[in-house]
Design a protein around this ligand. Structure first.
Ligand code: NAD
Length: 482
């Protein structure tokens, strides 16, 4: 036995204990030492969690509770997340090396996810469709049932709540499997959900791996009605097949290779500052990362100098310290993968302007130039702090090169020309286009990707469509007089 904190499964309102079942270590990527023990689930635990969620749904308390009462409980959970911000932020930060200030921001966003979807579901309206045939028709949005939510490790709590909040607000029950690298905050949240008053079985958490483990079982169990998945495109393909086998809807938020286009007429201070955030925030472990940075040739040299200087000014260090802006990569495996791309730079004719390997599992903010569009560094998702800066001449060329990717999650444009901003936004093949900014979200807006970046959209009414069964009711109206 160790004296490390333990994070159990939470199934049907009961947390598993360290003495039963298998467990694994969760490792702090800054110290490279284990900091917690985690229950290790497989098919048995996943099936038990689905059975608990199924029971909780079928018994009807949660789906029939009504928006007001469910909303009250979800708002209470949001309050508890805020009250436990230090514990939750520290869990995500220690699990994956995210700087603590960013982890605190993620907790605030997680609370906001619950508040937003509690309100949104409560205020949601259907349509009444008057018919001239002696009938009238209206729409209902009934909960879909049991939701499997499978999450990645880069924004653990924030992306988990992005799935759970709408699913619960619309009356579904949920089984969450957090990523194996970032399990802790999910257990803490599920404990708080019970404290907030969510009935047992409404929100279950199972820990484990993907293939041949809890993740796979959650995608294959016939008791599941929806799968919402965020992760790699390759995993998305496997999960889409599992969903097809059970003929259930699946929402896939997958990888990206975001184009960031800086035109010569951009406000340079603004463009440099957002472009640095776009690739180096969370050490580049962001699906939305602006990893292909196209810069118009007239300003290329000046932009590059300023961008490199800003990258070098980032404070790299212990994620637990408030002043740290940039930490290690999330795991040794991921560090090795990103270093593999650093090793490719020379082979592909590239030039590192700044960055490279740091201490431990740190890869410093790395700026690479002189690459061609067909190099692997430009085409593949590195998911780390490595950006390819690529000069371009014309708007048409920039759009064509930005769209020359199998991904299409997001793009950024920096320009002071209003016409160009609208024109280029329309032409970019991406789920989100940011103009003169990055990462700003309105939770009512659709979020998702084109091509290998995913299938479906979540956010606002898009989440409602996914997590409910939209239903048409057609009524005959008796036109006979009394
Ligand atoms: P991953 O696909 O390796 O794992 C994601 C989750 O899926 C984990 O919980 C994992 O255990 C589980 N999993 C793996 N194989 C599975 C299987 N066969 N069946 C069921 N579950 C399985 O992804 P990751 O490395 O955790 O996350 C990084 C990836 O996520 C990047 O590609 C990134 O772009 C993407 N991502 C996308 C978005 C988005 O909104 N589009 C957001 C964040 C991250």
């Amino acid at each position: 036995m160790t004296d490390l904190p333990f994070f159990g499964h939470l199934i049907d309102g009961v947390e598993s204990s360290p003495d039963t079942g298998e467990s694994f270590d969760t490792v702090d990527p800054w110290t490279r030492e284990p900091w917690g023990r985690v229950a290790l689930g497989g098919k048995a635990e996943a099936d038990a969690a689905v059975a608990a969620a199924r029971r909780a749904f079928d018994e009807g308390l949660w789906p029939r509770m009504g928006f007001a009462e469910r909303g009250r409980l979800l708002n209470r959970l949001a309050d508890l997340l805020e009250e436990h911000v230090d514990e939750l932020a520290s869990a995500d930060s220690r699990d994956m090396g995210k700087p603590i200030t960013q982890a605190r921001h993620d907790v605030a966003r997680s609370a906001q996810n619950f508040r937003f979807f509690a309100d949104h579901a409560g205020l949601s309206t259907g349509e009444t469709l008057p018919m001239d045939t002696g009938h009238h028709s209206y729409t209902r949005f009934d909960p879909a049932g049991v939701v499997s939510a499978i999450a990645p490790w880069n924004f653990p709590l924030m992306l988990e709540t992005w799935k759970i909040a709408p699913a619960l607000a619309w009356g579904n029950t949920v089984v969450l499997k957090p990523a194996e690298d970032t399990p802790a905050s999910a257990t803490i949240m599920a404990r708080l959900a019970l404290e907030a008053g969510l009935p047992p079985g409404v929100l279950n958490v199972v820990h484990g791996y993907g293939p041949d483990s809890a993740g796979q079982a959650l995608t294959e169990n016939p008791g599941v009605d929806r799968i919402t998945f965020t992760g790699e495109s390759g995993t998305g393909r496997i999960i889409a097949k599992a969903a097809a086998a059970n003929l259930i809807p699946v929402s896939l938020e997958l990888g990206g290779k975001g184009a960031n286009i800086v035109f010569a007429d951009a406000d340079l201070d603004n463009a440099v500052s957002w472009s640095v955030q776009a690739i180096f925030r969370n050490a580049g472990q962001v699906c939305l990362a602006g990893s292909r940075l196209f810069v118009q040739r007239d300003i290329y040299d000046e932009f590059l100098d300023r961008f490199v200087a800003a990258a070098e000014a980032m404070v790299i260090g212990d994620p637990a310290e408030d002043g740290t802006e940039f930490g290690p990569l999330a795991s040794e495996e991921h560090y090795t993968k990103v270093c593999g791309y650093l090793d490719l730079v020379e082979t592909e004719g590239g030039r590192v302007r700044t960055g490279g390997r740091g201490e431990g599992w740190v890869v410093k903010p790395t700026v690479v130039t002189d690459l061609t569009d067909d190099s692997r560094l430009v085409r593949e998702e590195i998911f780390g702090p490595v950006v390819a800066v690529l000069p371009f001449d014309t708007e048409r060329e920039a759009v064509a090169r930005a769209n020359d990717t199998r991904y299409g999650l997001n793009a950024m444009i920096f320009t002071e020309n209003l016409h160009r901003a609208h024109r280029v936004s329309a032409q970019l093949s991406a789920g989100t286009v940011w103009v003169n900014c990055f990462f700003i979200r309105d939770l009512r807006a659709p979020f998702g990707g084109v091509g290998d970046s995913g299938i479906g959209r979540e956010g606002g009414n898009f989440s409602r469509e996914f997590f409910t069964e939209p239903k048409a009711v057609v009524m005959q109206i008796d036109s006979g007089a009394e």
